[in-house]
Design a binder for this molecule. Structure first.
Ligand code: SF4
Length: 404
């Protein structure tokens, strides 16, 4: 088993990936007329434009788009595919907002509303603690929990489980805490980091277009606030992920502009580690006008993400949302990461996900190998890596045949 480390910015990428990409594109042949100008643009190391993104989104040959995305992914990571050992503990479903796509939130008085106090949170986590090195915690905007609550929670978690990194609180939760505690984003994030917060997940980006947001998540942070909060996190040394919820009411142009906004911030701060595009799941939500992405569209969006986002190293095929089968295929369409073992998750499953929650490292490694990749276990922040070698399958003992 081999282990290695990487810097926060490189996040495990080959340092000369751009040159490797140029070399492999120069050696490649057979591109259709529609994609040739774009391939030349990429050879020069230039970011793709919104118009080029539209060419990728509307190109009739999905496999050709996937081939191009796979070349970028291979230049960065060869045939490695990443996963980690993690668990999701959602601290509360009580939320003062009511985003239309959300099947998770409850009002404080709802019969199935819950809010884990610190002991209950630690008790929940303790059931998985021996098998994970990351806890992913996001939840509703609880009206009574300010920054002090989360400082206490993170300190207690780090004390009880020092080997577990805390990846917690989406941008809108940071905004909510900042408002409740009357602090700037930077001050809020600094205090949380000092209390043990290790990184931020990317949730809540939805589509960074305020007209779309006004319809699907009215009252949430604005597009600019999402970017400002992630910029502030990068400024205090916290790495973050970023996401895109697609298949609601947005146009293709709005998806591409979303990617370009994140790409620009990534170029400025080098603080994004992973982009997670995930389709809207409709169960129990209030968005009948949603367009719902098909399997091909999900693969295409993952490929387009890889091609548009040169300043964000990792593209995740989020198996909790798209399922194991599509996540496996996505590893050949530009994705390099399939998230983790997860063990426990509520938000996507309440919205209709049927992805199994009990996968262990062996099962994930099988999924990765079947996609033609080498399984690599990573830590939360993509700085420590280890090649995962699956244990030998147990031999079945043969029963002795008793002769009469
Ligand atoms: S998506 Fe988040 S902010 Fe919106 S209603 Fe659900 S829990 Fe609340």
């Amino acid at each position: 088993m081999s282990a290695w480390t990487s810097s926060r910015v490189a996040a495990g990428s080959n340092p000369d990936w751009q040159q490797r990409l140029t070399d492999s594109l120069e050696a490649s042949t057979g591109w259709s007329n529609a994609l040739q100008p774009l391939v030349h643009h990429m050879m020069e190391g230039l970011p793709l434009t919104l118009d080029e993104g539209m060419v990728l989104y509307t190109h009739p040959n999905l496999n050709e788009v996937g081939r191009l995305a796979h070349m970028v992914r291979a230049a960065r990571f060869d045939d490695k595919a990443f996963f980690n050992s993690n668990v999701h503990v959602n601290q509360t479903n009580v939320c003062v907002l009511a985003c239309k796509f959300c099947a998770f939130r409850r009002s404080k008085k709802a019969s199935d509303a819950y809010a884990l106090d610190i002991d209950a949170y630690l008790e929940d986590l303790s059931q998985y603690a021996d098998h994970v090195d990351e806890v992913h915690s996001v939840g509703g905007l609880h009206p009574d929990w300010g920054v002090e609550h989360y400082e206490d929670l993170f300190r207690a978690t780090r004390k009880a489980f020092p080997h577990i990194t805390i990846k917690a609180l989406t941008a809108v939760e940071i905004k909510h805490l900042s408002q409740l505690s009357n602090l700037t984003y930077t001050k809020t994030l600094t205090r949380l980091k000092e209390a043990g917060l290790g990184s931020l997940p990317g949730g809540g980006a939805e589509i960074l277009d305020d007209d779309v947001r006004a319809i699907i998540c009215n009252g949430k942070e604005s597009s600019q606030e999402y970017l400002d909060i992630h910029r502030a996190a990068h400024g205090v040394g916290l790495s973050t992920n970023c996401t895109m919820l697609f298949g609601t009411i947005e146009t293709l142009e709005q998806r591409l502009q979303h990617m370009i906004s994140l790409r620009d911030l990534g170029s400025e701060t080098r603080g994004f580690q992973c982009f997670v595009p995930y389709p809207f799941l409709p169960d129990d939500t209030r968005l009948p006008e949603a367009q719902l992405a098909t399997g091909s569209e999900i693969l295409r969006t993952i490929a387009v993400s890889r091609l548009m986002l040169h300043s964000i190293p990792h593209i995740k095929a989020y198996r909790m949302n798209i399922g194991d089968e599509l996540a496996e295929l996505a590893l050949q369409f530009g994705a390099d990461d399939i998230d983790g073992t997860v063990q426990k998750e509520s938000i996507m499953h309440l919205a209709g996900s049927t992805t199994p929650l009990d996968h262990d490292r062996y099962q994930l490694s099988r999924l990765i190998k079947d996609a033609g990749c080498i399984p690599i276990q990573r830590n939360t922040t993509y700085e420590r890596f280890e090649t995962y070698v699956a244990p030998e399958p147990k031999r079945i003992k043969r029963l002795k045949v008793v002769q009469e």
